[in-house]
Ligand binder design. Structure first.
Ligand SMILES: Cc1cc2nc3c(=O)[nH]c(=O)nc-3n(C[C@H](O)[C@H](O)[C@H](O)COP(=O)(O)OP(=O)(O)OC[C@H]3O[C@@H](n4cnc5c(N)ncnc54)[C@H](O)[C@@H]3O)c2cc1C
Ligand code: FES
Length: 244
């Protein structure tokens, strides 16, 4: 983990209530796709966690949806503003299990971490299929960017206003070697039940500290309790113990 002051270089809407935030600063602690950062926002006691969407040396990009006061305040923040960010949080996805034809499955703001993951898998020569799920056409983002990196892409919308009508589980291809998934918990459960291969799923919990100190994000797994912010947010399918 590293605490870094980043400068906002751009902060613009890319879909209905969804923003792309571009930052410049030290990205050396960001190691793996699926990791997250934790932003301090003026006037808010708790930091707000966001997944790494894209990262290169000195450049970090995040995608966020405005859902409450913190993200609304962030959407009003201008380029040139300095942001205090904890970087390199969480475990991220393990690419070594991917096989030749991995599937990346993202739902809503679960799509951002899939972008850097797909980019890294493509760099290894994998044939990546991206299944991206949204509520409606106005919320769809970055389909073209996944295609541009050479992924096959299927988009599903819950109301059928774009792509396949239904959920990501209605749009899974027939065959794939492995899957990686991020999205709301009902979607994770549906993918867990439906997908034919093994995989890794990324979980979202309300977080206190975000770096393993408060135990506020603990969840039960078949190998004992794990902190979603530290030993997660990515869990392997085989270790998940769903709590009803
Ligand atoms: C590891 C991790 C990665 C995340 N990555 C992204 C991302 O890439 N893009 C993105 O848009 N969001 C992401 N989130 C969710 C994001 O952190 C919350 O939406 C944000 O903190 C809400 O802040 P707020 O002040 O606007 O909303 P609040 O006023 O705090 O809450 C508004 C609403 O959002 C819900 N909410 C708040 N925090 C969470 C949370 N952590 N999980 C689920 N629901 C929440 C609340 O229950 C409430 O209904 C991630 C969360 C985690 C834990
Ligand atoms: S949020 Fe504090 S331990 Fe995870």
């Amino acid at each position: 983990m590293k605490q870094v002051v980043f400068e906002i270089t751009d902060n613009r809407p890319i879909a209905d209530s969804v923003y792309l935030l571009s930052l410049s600063g030290d990205t050396s602690a960001v190691a793996a796709p699926g990791q997250f950062v934790n932003l301090r926002l003026d006037g808010f006691y708790l930091r707000r966690p966001l997944s790494v969407f894209d990262c290169s040396e000195g450049r970090l990009r995040l995608i966020y949806k405005v859902v409450g006061q913190g993200t609304a305040a962030l959407s009003r923040t201008s380029p040139g503003t300095m942001l205090d960010v904890l970087t390199g949080l969480g475990n991220g996805y393990d690419l070594s299990d991917a096989g030749d034809r991995p599937l990346v499955i993202g739902g809503g703001v679960g799509v951002p971490p899939m972008y850097l993951l797909a980019k890294r898998l493509r760099a290894q020569g994998k044939a990546v299929h991206a299944v991206l799920g949204f509520n409606k056409a106005s919320e769809v983002f970055y389909e073209a960017e996944f295609r541009a990196m050479g992924c096959a892409v299927t988009v599903a919308t819950a109301d059928g206003s774009y792509g396949v009508r239904g959920f990501v589980t209605d749009a899974l291809p027939e065959s794939y070697s492995y899957y990686y998934c991020c999205g709301p918990e009902p979607m994770l459960r549906a993918v867990y039940r439906t997908a034919k291969s093994s995989g890794q799923l990324s979980f979202e919990k309300r977080m206190g500290c975000g770096f393993g100190a408060c135990m506020g994000c603990s969840c039960r797994t078949i190998t004992g309790y794990k902190r979603i912010c530290k030993e997660g947010p990515v869990l392997r399918k085989e270790e998940i113990a769903w709590e009803d």
